[in-house]
Design a protein around this ligand. Structure first.
Ligand SMILES: [Zn+2]
Length: 79
């Protein structure tokens, strides 16, 4: 009887260890995905080939900045 109970306990321990290893494997997978996601670009920019949509490209932003600064200069000279 004593052997049976200890065996049952061992079996339970084994089952728990297996569950832990399964959870650990799941966490490892999630971590791997989380680490992979930034390295793999979802969008590839048509303008610079960067990992972003072409409509949010920094090249466009720079052009817009130049235009706005030119507008500012024009307004300033008017006054
Ligand atoms: Zn770009």
């Amino acid at each position: 009887m004593e052997v049976d109970t200890s065996n049952a306990l061992l079996a339970r321990m084994d089952a728990m260890a297996q569950q832990v290893s399964v959870v650990n494997k799941k966490l490892e997978k999630i971590e791997a995905v989380a680490l992979k996601t930034p390295a793999e670009p979802t969008f590839i920019c048509d303008i610079c080939g960067g990992p972003h949509e072409s409509n949010i490209c920094s090249f466009i932003r720079e052009d817009q900045m130049e235009e706005s600064s030119q507008l500012w200069m024009g307004r300033k000279s008017e006054f």
